[in-house]
Design a protein around this ligand. Sequence first.
Ligand code: IMP
Ligand code: MG
Length: 337
Amino acid sequence: MVITLSATVVVGGFFGDEGKGKIISYLALHDKPEIVVRAGVGPNAGHTVIYKGQEYKLRQLPSGFVYEKARLLIGPGVLVNPKILLNEIETTKINPKRVGVDYQCGIIEEGHIERDRKPDLKGRLGTTGSGCGPANADRALRILRIAKEIKDLEPFLTDVPGELHDALDRGEYVLVEGTQGTFLSLFHGTYPYVTSKDVTASAACSDVGIGPKHVRDVIIVFKAYVTRVGAGPLPGELPEEEAKRRGWLEIATVTGRVRRAAPFNFDLARRAVRLNSASMIAVTKLDVVFPETRGVTDFDKLSDEAKEFIEEIEKKVGVPVKIISTGPDLMETIDLR
Ligand code: IMP
Ligand code: MG
């Protein structure tokens, strides 16, 4: 057997909301993967994609849907809320035949959502209330229902690892979409203020059923500043007024909460690169910190200040910055690969 290094894994480097949706959709359009497969926890994540003037907020479908030839898969490690998935297939107006859900995806039901909204979870930890934690707890107890038992999912059911490995064996390119961020990992994050499983690159591989030997690149996404929603430590946290003044105040995709904000953290970034064995960095929202860079697509045209910031990241973190986002649209991207 020849192992082809044809998978790229994209992960978040801080606390989620680094702009993975934008980066993954850009990569899908640019690199034309045969398959984009969603890893991660489940519908607690909200990936925002702005394409051709339209904004999409995706909680189940891979952000790579914008590349129309890509097959769109959800790996067996990912939780599915069938209502949310079916609704996204409708609102994105994609061909439903492109979508595949693994037989073994765990299913979120009303009871999980109710349990997630109680004070011990939503109150104490600030969870998204989407039912993911209780569903993963039930999975560990082996009482969770899985996709093959759900009638509404029947048209989409497939063997995701099987499809991925068939594509990899043909030498085709596969894009793996991680969710959340490194420091929300159940193992490596700021426990107990974390999500309900590991979310580093190795976990993303496991979620979809590929081993690390198939991975060519691990792209870690950092926003040019750090945000966090829910409870838990955020080093260097700014008062809300100051975050607002800097234009860093964001509203969370899934919950509508105000995100807490702090300046870029080089120590956290270095640790995140290690935990994910990242091979390259994508920096997003450079234009929010350096407004003069908005829409720039050529590295040389960045201001000196912005260039120094990128160089400081490379120097302190030790991995090259290869993709830089200078605006929400997919085309507002510098690609140095
Ligand atoms: P849960 O994942 O809903 O259980 O929430 C646990 C913690 O992870 C809370 O602090 C959430 O705000 C955070 N979290 C989960 N998913 C995301 C995400 O996609 N972006 C940002 N924070 C998230
Ligand atoms: Mg998000």
